[in-house]
Design a protein around this ligand. Structure first.
Ligand code: ADP
Ligand code: MG
Length: 298
């Protein structure tokens, strides 16, 4: 399973005064099993881009080839690709509509025409993947659940299709910190258990630094950076220039380095790496901690 995007351009409202080129000549290939995070300022084209990958939007020009099949053409190809590529939209809980969690999660498999037994197996499997206890939640109304539980139920509905690629568009938007962490943990768990390829759109650079094998940076419809987190976050001035923050640990390490601490900020992206580096510096000074690091305490 690979995804190849070739010179993809998408223009909304072509020919009208308010036409917008939301995606502008974007090309990339994602290999099976990669974890890709897509970042970019609001309006940079992230959602428009990912909606092409399962045939939801048609390109103005360019192609999207999934597993060797061009999904931008025939409707039969689009139907096939939707079975392989699961899409979790922003605020997916708005799409919950059945009277029970079971029926909502079963919606996709039911449309595939599977037997009752197969549907049941998939609902149980998907609920387990999102850590919603079957006996507790299957017969509840989705509307009785907490915000985080609703979101997990909506994600289960996508997983019940057993996708080999999972696309999540800002899956933690609007969640409290605890539910935010729960959702990311479950994305990592799903990946570990199913080996599926993940494309995750995120605003949160901490999350991206900790999760991604590869980061795509979008700006004004263009794919302006494609690399490992260390490569992409190496150019802090550029990212700040297009309205993106650095991971806090990197920004903090840069401040320490500027104030004379011997810390290699370019290697630090996560809180864990920052703590290790500070512990190393403290160790080098014979346990004297972070004293003598530039700045006059008086
Ligand atoms: P992002 O997800 O990065 O915030 P979007 O893909 O939603 O970016 O939007 C990219 C650009 O396309 C923005 O200028 C936005 O206003 C415009 N746009 C998005 N959806 C539509 C639409 N359905 N109709 C017209 N313009 C749209
Ligand atoms: Mg968006």
């Amino acid at each position: 399973m690979s995804i190849e995007v070739n010179h993809l351009t998408h223009t909304y409202n072509p020919g009208l005064a308010y036409e917008t080129t939301a995606v502008d000549d974007v090309s990339f290939t994602v290999a099976r099993g990669e974890f890709v995070c897509i970042v970019g300022h609001t309006g940079s084209g992230k959602s428009t881009l990912v909606q092409h990958l399962n045939g939801l939007l048609k390109p103005t020009s360019g192609t999207v080839v999934v597993d060797g099949v061009d999904v931008t053409g025939k409707d039969t190809a689009v139907i096939e690709v939707r079975k392989k590529i699961g899409m979790v939209f922003q605020y997916p809980e708005y799409q919950l509509f059945e009277e029970t969690v079971y029926k909502d999660v079963a919606f996709g498999p039911t449309n595939l025409g599977l037997s009752e037994a197969e549907i049941d197996e998939r609902v149980r499997e998907a609920m387990a993947l999102v850590d919603l206890d079957y006996d507790t939640f299957a017969q509840r109304s989705p509307f009785e659940l907490s915000g985080g539980q609703k979101r997990r139920a909506a994600i289960a509905g996508v997983l019940a299709m057993r996708p080999s690629v999972l696309i999540l568009d800002e899956p933690t938007a609007g969640l409290d910190p605890r539910s935010h962490d729960d959702v990311l943990d479950l994305v990592c768990g799903i990946r570990a258990q199913t080996g599926c390829t993940i494309l995750l759109v995120s605003h949160n650079m901490e999350d991206v630094a900790g999760l991604a094998d590869r980061v795509f940076v979008m700006n004004e419809g263009r794919l302006v950076r494609d690399g490992t987190p260390l490569e992409v976050f190496a150019d802090g001035d550029y990212l700040r220039g297009i309205g993106l923050a650095l991971p806090q640990a990197r920004a903090f390490a840069e401040r320490l380095a500027e104030s004379g601490v011997s810390i290699d900020a370019k290697r630090i992206l996560t809180r864990e790496a920052l703590v290790d580096a500070i512990a190393g510096v403290a160790g080098d000074t014979g346990g004297a901690g972070i004293t003598g690091m530039g700045g006059d305490p008086s």
